[in-house]
Design a protein around this ligand. Structure first.
Ligand code: NAP
Ligand code: LUD
Length: 284
């Protein structure tokens, strides 16, 4: 039987409608949520993601300011800019689009963002709070992944979740969130031996590697929930995931497509965090 296709675009749209109502309410109370997005350089993928973020803000009524800088910007100039935004009353969330040019330390940049404005959830304070299950900004892509799994109507508790990839942005945090939801979590990476033997044990399989089509039917158990985080450009500028969608959809119970799966949820969760930041500011 063919899998149910999880329509991330539609789920993202539904949540954005709820966010819009919340933004209207906050704006009427005198606090319009505001997001600053810093984009360094000319990377085409980063440009398109940032554009999509600004558009989503506009549609939700969130104020957004996209600050574009040449890739020759120095680290100290960037840190100075972040510092100014940390003190800007109209800005509740700050996001520095990654990756950064090699001469700038991502770690230094992330740590410069005030944790209360870190709507990416990348600051060590937010990461630490996430790990202990305390209040924090959840990282957007991992949060989006968990939300999509929940919307399949399947309970995560007690399930075996296998995450392929251990980056600080996706693999590690999504593993922690699934653990928080009481899944039994296995984390695989480039040194993992016999990957397919492990992934075939997954009730929930989350793939975040960045290698086009690396996961196929041989990696998936019948009925599994398969979440494909990968975004890869292949010949002809076509966008594909890490999962061979056509063959895996014949085996899985649920599967996310690329595009139209996790990507739109990442942006939605960013809007959610920005609204959260504005709310906290209002109550402070
Ligand atoms: P990353 O930092 O490059 O991490 C890739 C991970 O995959 C690493 O942990 C690496 O292992 C592991 N890996 C590499 N080759 C492997 C193999 N053959 N078998 C098993 N594991 C392997 O990437 P990322 O930032 O997490 O992003 C992953 C993908 O998701 C990319 O395609 C990216 O564009 C996409 N992405 C999408 C969204 C979205 O919103 N849809 C958001 C973020 C990222 P080691 O740690 O051992 O090197
Ligand atoms: N840096 C992200 N770098 C890259 N796909 C995203 C992303 C939307 N600081 C910081 O936004 O959260 C971040 N914070 N990231 N990413 C990747 C990562 C960052 C990836 C895909 C999409 C954001 C997205 O909307 C669409 C989809 O999958 O349907 C397709 C878009 C297209 O190119 O057609």
């Amino acid at each position: 039987m063919s899998a149910v296709i999880i329509d991330g675009k539609q789920v993202a749209k539904d949540i954005r409608e709820e966010i819009k109502v919340e933004v209207e309410r906050l704006t009427q109370q005198g606090v319009r949520p505001g997001l600053a997005v810093i984009l360094i350089g000319e990377d085409p993928a980063s440009q398109s993601y940032v554009k999509a973020k600004a558009k989503a803000c506009e549609e939700a009524g969130i104020y957004s300011s996209v600050i574009r800088k040449n890739e020759t910007i120095t680290e100290s100039e960037l840190l100075q800019l972040i510092d100014e935004l940390n003190g800007d009353e109209s800005i509740h969330g700050i996001l520095v689009q990654l990756p950064l040019p090699k001469h700038i330390s991502e770690e230094a940049v992330i740590q410069a963002i005030h944790p209360a404005k870190d709507v990416d959830g990348f600051h060590p304070i937010n990461v630490g709070n996430m790990v202990i299950g305390a209040d924090c900004y959840l990282p957007c892509t991992p949060h989006g992944v968990v939300e999509l799994i929940k919307r399949t109507g399947t309970s995560i508790s007690g399930k075996h979740a296998v995450v392929v990839g251990r980056s600080n942005i996706v693999g590690k945090p999504v593993s922690m969130l699934l653990l928080q939801e009481n899944a039994t979590v296995s984390i695989c990476h480039s040194r993992t031996k016999n990957l397919a033997d492990i992934t075939r044990q997954a009730d929930i399989l989350v793939v975040a590697v960045g290698k086009a089509h690396m996961i196929g039917a041989e990696h998936v158990a019948p009925g599994a929930i398969v979440i494909d985080v990968g975004v890869n450009r292949v010949e002809g500028n076509k966008l594909v995931g890490d999962v061979r969608f056509d063959e895996v959809k014949e085996i899985a119970g649920f599967i996310t497509p690329v595009p139209g799966g996790v990507g739109p949820m990442t942006i939605t969760m960013l809007l959610k965090n920005t609204v959260e930041a504005a709310k906290k500011k209002m109550m402070a």
